[in-house]
Design a protein around this ligand. Structure first.
Ligand SMILES: Cc1cc2nc3c(=O)[nH]c(=O)nc-3n(C[C@H](O)[C@H](O)[C@H](O)COP(=O)(O)OP(=O)(O)OC[C@H]3O[C@@H](n4cnc5c(N)ncnc54)[C@H](O)[C@@H]3O)c2cc1C
Length: 497
């Protein structure tokens, strides 16, 4: 075998998967058809529980988090409506404010420092699979060649060739109704009220920056990101535009949406017009030894930035399971849980992004629906529900007798050390914060004892999800069952005193 796993695509998801596999001692080769990292304007940040998940790999700070633990945002948006997060007790909206180029640079650095092999300018052309592995045909700069690996992962984006060659359908809809226009532009300083923190547009009114704003005629966003050019975007329904996109077209679109002239100054060559979009999900995430992650498995509207919250958490879910499979230590059926756990997460994103698309559409009925939603969004329970949905905090992979079982582990501090830091090795962890005799460590599972905010024992999977938890030492059977189910470990018991 040339590698344990071939990964097609060095976007954020392919790069994080390479790092995860290296962390577990697996040898990946990443094929990337572009000779250099792309400069395409895509993500403006990472939103939701992914920020906590990346903290558990030491990647939050390189991506813009303050040192020493993240603080959730007091406000966010849902379908261009304010989400007053200060109303809720358990705010799950964390943001890492890095653009896609930075995200890819940080993840590439991590993958390479852990020893992953990245081949740029090498394109997956075709593959065949058999009972023992996958043979990948590669078009490289010096010609075609073959690679043999145990698994192939398609992280090759929404148009994934891996998915098409595997014969996996991409089920959903293409919607060509909305035309988005984007460019880099500044607005005159007198239009910005620093104290109120809003754009004050004569003849229109106030618009908070960064937030999607819906008028009767379309959508408008002004995002003055610190340290990079401000972004101006619109969304319209009956203005298709033709020929090459120009800055003048963006200006005209902004003026139509606002119903007044907002003088813009172009600050870079970048302008883009996008017509419609796809909402689709692969009908299988796996075909034998071929597995899909990220946009290759699902695409949807970018509204609210859910793409990498979903994709990077697919990767964290898959990485340790695929590593265990490759190394012959996976319990029966472990790899199948990648799809059974992550498909519902993908379906929730499809649902909430389609709901947002419906709620920003034009028309008086939608305006009425938005008014009703805005009233509902003054209720803390509704805000909590929507925030949990868009951040992925409502994910519970499986049930158990303790409320934390199947959920993302809470942020605890153990004897002054943040749990997120303890989890960075990516190894299964039995955290024992109960008084009494500690559990014995094994080669497969680390044990950490100490004291924290609560008396609890938890078995934590490498992706940060709780496999088992108990508030006292009575549920030893549950622990043994979880150890065996997830890690094929049987002999880890609480030592008798
Ligand atoms: C305008 C826009 C704004 C967005 N904003 C946000 C946001 O704010 N927050 C957020 O989380 N998400 C956002 N997203 C979504 C986010 O960009 C994607 O979810 C993310 O890039 C998906 O990562 P990926 O690694 O799955 O695929 P990609 O980033 O598409 O990477 C796939 C890689 O595979 C390579 N490739 C393709 N075919 C082959 C082949 N045959 N062989 C080898 N290599 C191949 C490609 O060159 C590419 O480098 C936005 C998307 C868009 C379009």
């Amino acid at each position: 075998m040339d590698a344990d796993v071939v990964i097609a695509g060095a976007g954020p998801n392919g790069l994080l998967l390479a790092a995860e596999l290296r962390l577990a001692g697996v040898r990946p080769i990443v094929l990337e058809r572009l000779p250099e990292r792309s400069n395409e304007q895509r993500a403006n940040g990472l939103v939701g529980q992914v920020a906590r998940a990346l903290d558990r790999r030491g990647l939050a700070e390189p991506l813009g988090a303050e040192p020493g633990g993240q603080v959730p945002r007091p406000e966010y948006i849902f379908a261009a409506m304010r989400l007053p997060l200060q109303l809720i007790e358990d705010n799950p909206i964390y943001i890492l404010p890095s653009p896609q180029q930075k995200i890819e640079a940080v993840l590439e650095e991590r993958a390479l420092e852990l020893g992953a092999e990245l081949r740029r300018g090498h394109e997956l052309a075709n593959f065949t699979q058999d009972a023992d592995g996958v043979t990948v045909e590669v078009a490289g700069p010096d010609g075609a060649y073959e690679l043999r690996a145990k698994f192939l992962v398609g992280a090759d984006g929404g148009r994934s060739r891996t998915r098409k060659l595997a014969g996996i359908d991409f089920v959903g809809v293409t919607n060509d109704a909305m035309v988005s226009r984007t460019g880099h532009a500044s607005v005159p300083s007198e239009y910005f009220d620093e104290q109120a923190g809003v754009l004050r547009i004569p003849g229109y009114g106030d618009i908070p920056p960064y937030m999607h704003h819906r008028s009767d005629r379309g959508l408008f966003v002004f995002a003055p990101f610190p340290g990079r050019p401000a972004l101006v975007s619109t969304g319209e329904w009956d203005e298709p535009g033709e020929g090459e996109m120009t800055f003048e077209e963006l200006q005209a679109s902004v003026d139509r949406v606002l119903g007044t002239h907002l003088p813009l100054t172009q600050t870079s060559e970048f302008v883009r017009r996008t017509v419609g979009g796809n909402t689709r999900i692969a009908d299988r995430f796996r075909a034998g030894r071929v597995i899909l992650v990220g946009d290759a498995a699902h695409v949807h509207s970018a509204m609210g930035g859910p793409g990498l919250n979903l994709g990077l958490q697919d990767v964290l879910n898959l990485g340790w399971k695929l590593a265990a499979e490759v190394q012959g230590r996976a319990p029966e059926g472990l790899l199948d849980t990648y799809e059974s756990e992550r498909r519902p997460a993908g379906e929730r994103v499809v649902m909430q992004t389609q709901a947002q698309s419906a709620l920003i559409a034009p028309g008086p009925e939608v305006t009425a629906l938005r008014q009703m939603f805005a009233e509902l969004l003054t209720e803390p329970a509704v805000v909590q529900h929507v925030a949990d949905l868009i951040s992925g905090a409502d994910i519970r992979y499986f049930d158990g007798p303790h409320p934390l079982i199947g959920r993302s582990v809470p942020d605890l501090t153990i004897d002054g050390v943040r749990l997120a830091e303890i989890l960075r090795s990516g190894r299964p962890l039995l955290l024992d914060l109960l008084d009494g005799s500690p559990y014995k460590a094994t080669d497969e599972v680390d044990v950490v004892t100490g004291s924290g905010e609560q008396q609890i024992a938890m078995l934590i999977r490498p992706d940060g999800y709780v496999a088992w938890a108990a508030d006292d030492a009575t549920d030893q059977e549950g622990l043994q069952a979880a150890l065996s189910k997830w890690f094929q470990v049987r002999d880890l018991t609480r030592a008798t005193t």
